[in-house]
Design a protein around this ligand. Structure first.
Ligand code: ASP
Length: 354
């Protein structure tokens, strides 16, 4: 056993030799704090909520709650609940398009900046509000991610109501997809005049309050017709969303497989940590995703055959969003009210591979 004195001497020696992190001097600490955008002393920022475009009503609800004093995570979960419970949004919660077997499987994750906590659920069936179950994982367990039957059992134990999530509209869309899969099968083709409007979608929402506290949440039914058991980016911290209370939060919607490989949520926050604005950070993350994309998902000019949007908010209330291909919008609410704004983009809309 080392006594305290020898321990300190040994640590100093190891530290001098580069084996242990050296304690920062007061000056270095101040510099580090400034670099990480952590406010020294009382902080005053601008409350702001940013989300995918389908969250236009949700950002307003969340902003109003945040400015009335509600915690940022509770406020944005209330915001995304609107979309989860809307049967007409076929990308999230109730009415979400099912997997290839006709089963709706939902994914969600959240992070609470001030307490550095996180929760998530994947492949959750029959519970319309996976964002609330993700928060319950965070609030009531030592785990951060529950999946499948275990996630459902956990939710039921807490009193979440089970219900059929497959609406008649989503069931019809699934049958249409299924009937067209193989010309030689025993399903007769439907008339082709009805289009399936959605095959993917999600809601990501990120918020900051005037004290600079930050949270993020993402919830989805994932890709339509996915394989049973497929998890996208939404339930994965660091991919579908990420929060560091010292910097800000970020999340995304779009082809989750591409985002997982780039750790998009985490990376966007890291770019902000290193001085990028939220919009610049989102664009740099998209560039990294393209860099990490396998050949089969790129066209002959190296452009992605998929789209992804990244949304970000900084601790001081700055916000931004970017998409691969020109044309997408995102929702934001701050003191100027709720509105849709155009995402920055990497490629012109006309360049999108058809
Ligand atoms: N990111 C979602 C997923 O991959 C889908 C989407 O946003 O379109 O599950």
């Amino acid at each position: 056993m080392l006594d305290r004195r020898s321990f300190l001497e040994t640590s100093a020696l190891l530290s001098a030799l580069g084996f242990l992190p050296r304690a920062l001097s007061a000056e270095e600490y101040e510099r580090d704090v400034a670099r990480r955008d952590v406010p020294a002393g009382p902080f005053r920022g601008r409350p702001c909520v940013v989300s995918s475009a389908n969250g236009i009503a949700g950002v307003k609800l969340a902003y109003d709650r945040i400015t009335a004093g509600t915690d940022t995570l509770d406020a944005i979960i209330a915001g995304v609940n609107l979309v989860e419970l809307d049967p007409n949004d076929q990308s999230v919660g109730l009415g979400g398009l099912p997997n290839e077997e006709g089963v709706v499987q939902l994914d969600a994750s959240c992070m609470h900046g001030p307490t550095r906590r996180a929760g998530a659920v994947g492949c959750l069936e029959e519970i319309a509000t996976p964002s609330l179950v993700a928060k319950a994982v965070m609030d009531y367990t030592t785990h951060v991610l529950l999946v499948g039957a275990g996630a459902k059992k956990f939710a039921q134990a807490l009193g979440f109501k089970t219900q059929t999530l497959l609406t008649e509209k989503s069931r019809q869309d699934w049958l249409r997809w299924k009937s067209r899969l193989n010309k030689g099968d025993n399903w007769l083709d439907h008339d082709d005049d009805v289009k399936i409007n959605w095959t993917h979608g999600t809601i990501n929402m990120n918020a900051v309050n005037a004290a600079g506290d930050v949270s993020s949440v993402t919830t989805t039914s994932g890709l339509a017709w996915k394989l049973d058991g497929r998890l996208g980016d939404s339930p994965i911290h660091g991919a579908g969303q990420y929060t560091d209370n010292a910097i800000g939060a970020a999340g995304s919607t779009g082809l989750g497989e591409m985002n997982i490989k780039a750790c998009g949520g985490f990376l966007t926050v890291e770019f902000m940590r290193n001085g990028a604005t939220p919009e610049q950070a989102a664009l740099k993350t998209l560039e990294r995703m393209v860099h990490m994309t396998e050949a089969r998902m790129l066209d002959e000019k190296g452009r992605p055959r998929y789209d992804i949007q990244v949304y970000a908010v900084a601790k001081d209330g700055r916000y931004g969003s970017a998409t691969m291909y020109e044309g997408a919008s995102f929702a934001v609410c701050d003191e100027k009210g709720a509105r849709l704004e155009k995402c920055a983009f990497l490629f012109k809309g006309a360049e999108r591979p058809r």
